[in-house]
Design a protein around this ligand. Structure first.
Ligand SMILES: Cc1cc2nc3c(=O)[nH]c(=O)nc-3n(C[C@H](O)[C@H](O)[C@H](O)COP(=O)(O)OP(=O)(O)OC[C@H]3O[C@@H](n4cnc5c(N)ncnc54)[C@H](O)[C@@H]3O)c2cc1C
Length: 453
């Protein structure tokens, strides 16, 4: 029996296990479906991840294994806008500090760095030495930054539920695809940290979710929970053959970003179209209040991810990549079960580009990066062809809807969600840091709750 059973040894799962084990003597189990990742091929190349699965470049690729995507992601770092976290704290409670070195600290020389920085400066962008001071707007420097059992290659299929003495549903254990069961000690808990796609899948396979959705697969509803949400994001890559230096082979080669507002009058009109209201009625809408960073524009000294869009651009410094990301999308997707087989990926409908607000922001991004005369329709068409995910799914079991402010799954005792699924609203951030912060906070919450046992 274990005091804490963590499902998923990824970003949140590993941090949570580490923090708990360093602060208290409890039995912790981390069940990870993937292998140890230290010696995996392709984890030291910026886009090697695209080839991780079977040697064939994969769109929308991620990795299963200890540490999860942190071993292959590009390490883009914006921990977020103070406004977003303050709003999160206002609605759900809690605040506090996030703990947090730049690619330039590696000593690598990037010949185009100064030239492109000067170009942005000429356009009026001011240099900001600390992009992580809680207000990520302008040109940001992005500084880098026992007792736990970890069964690997073990897939959790569901959380077992029982009715406790007060008549409440309670997590009584965790069942794996091979039939193995792990049970919590009295007062122990199960923690879902399987990411924004797989956490909702495990919830559904456990009978926690919408009755109609569960009924389609013959799963008995144990706990009614509302619709799952997923936040979509897009990036767009444009290659440009310019320089050649094999030093770029390793690491996510980029060390500054631009984050910007879009024109508020245009944004208001777009939101008004979506909402069927007059633009004048939108002065207090969160997206128009600010200053708020709607878009991120940047450059990497390599065409990272090119393989995913069928372009074979070598990562040898002969190409750079400009990209843009919409930070605060209003389109919402959904996650459903494809089958009752836990090995099957869930069915994911990202529903990208579904609102006029998102289309307006994306067109603005495009026009900052490309000196063209395209009509809105032409930009939309290009986005349809070249827009790719930037791998920041979140909010699929969000705080307020599925979990409470203490990360407890509503109407189930002994079960929490600690991963990107719980992020309640889009953040002006790259989510790895936000997930670290959630895991840090979760350790505080769990230890405080255990004081009462
Ligand atoms: C390719 C890529 C690039 C990215 N680039 C950046 C970036 O540059 N900067 C940034 O800040 N963010 C980036 N992100 C986003 C960031 O890495 C994620 O938001 C964050 O790591 C999510 O953490 P998590 O704990 O929610 O999930 P994960 O870290 O994905 O952890 C989930 C873990 O659970 C395991 N698991 C899943 N299902 C089960 C199951 N049923 N049983 C047992 N184990 C299970 C998985 O194998 C995985 O190890 C990137 C993401 C990807 C995919």
């Amino acid at each position: 029996m274990y005091d804490i059973i963590i499902i998923g040894g990824g970003t949140a799962g590993c941090v949570l296990a580490s923090r708990l084990s360093s602060r208290t003597k409890i039995r912790i189990l981390v069940i990870e479906t993937g292998p140890e990742t230290r010696d995996l091929e392709h984890t030291t190349l910026p886009s090697g991840a695209a080839f991780l699965h079977d040697g064939i470049p994969r769109y929308n690729c991620a990795i299963r294994g200890v540490g999860s995507v942190t071993v292959i992601n590009t390490g883009g770092r914006i921990r977020g806008d103070k406004q977003d976290y303050d709003e999160w704290a206002r609605v759900h409670g809690y605040d506090g500090l996030i703990h947090n070195a730049a690619i330039s600290s590696s000593g690598r020389h990037f010949p185009l760095r100064g030239m492109v920085r000067r170009a942005w400066k000429d356009l009026g962008m001011k240099w900001k030495a600390d992009g992580n001071d809680g207000s990520p707007l302008l040109m940001l420097h992005t500084p880098p930054s026992n007792g736990v059992e970890v069964p690997k290659s073990t897939l959790v299929s569901r959380v077992l539920l029982e009715i406790d003495e007060s008549g409440n549903k309670r997590a009584a254990g965790v069942e794996c695809a091979d039939g193995m069961k792990f049970l919590p000690s009295p007062g122990g808990e199960a923690i879902l940290a399987a990411d924004a796609y797989r956490t909702p899948q495990v919830l559904l396979l456990s009978g926690i979710g919408d009755a109609a959705e569960l009924g389609k697969h013959g799963i008995k509803q144990e706990v009614n929970l509302p619709e799952k949400l997923r936040r979509p994001e897009r990036g767009l890559a444009l290659g440009s053959p310019l320089f050649n230096d094999p030093a770029y082979i390793k690491g996510g080669p980029g060390d500054w970003l631009i984050t910007m507002l879009v024109l508020i009058s245009g944004l208001k009109s777009a939101i008004a179209k979506d909402k069927g209201t007059a633009p004048e009625q939108l002065d207090s809408h969160p997206l128009v209040q600010g200053p708020q960073s709607h878009i991120e524009l940047g450059m990497l000294y390599a065409a990272v991810g090119s393989q995913q869009t069928s372009l074979d651009i070598p990562l040898d410094g002969t190409a750079i990549m400009a990209f843009s990301i919409g930070f605060l999308p209003t389109s919402r997707g959904s996650i459903a079960l494809k089958s009752t087989n836990p090995e099957d990926a869930p069915s994911i409908d990202p529903n990208y580009y579904a609102t006029e607000t998102d289309r307006y922001v994306a067109r603005e991004e495009w026009r900052y990066e490309v000196d063209g005369m395209e009509t809105d329709e032409e930009v939309d068409k290009r986005m349809g062809i070249g827009g790719i995910t930037t791998y920041h799914p979140a909010g699929s079991a969000s705080m307020g809807k599925v979990v409470d402010a203490n990360l407890r799954v509503k109407r189930v005792d002994g079960l929490r969600i600690v991963d990107a699924s719980g992020i309640p609203m889009p953040l002006v951030a790259h989510y790895q840091i936000a997930v670290y912060a959630i895991a840090e906070q979760a350790a505080d919450i769990i230890l405080k709750a255990r004081e009462k046992i």
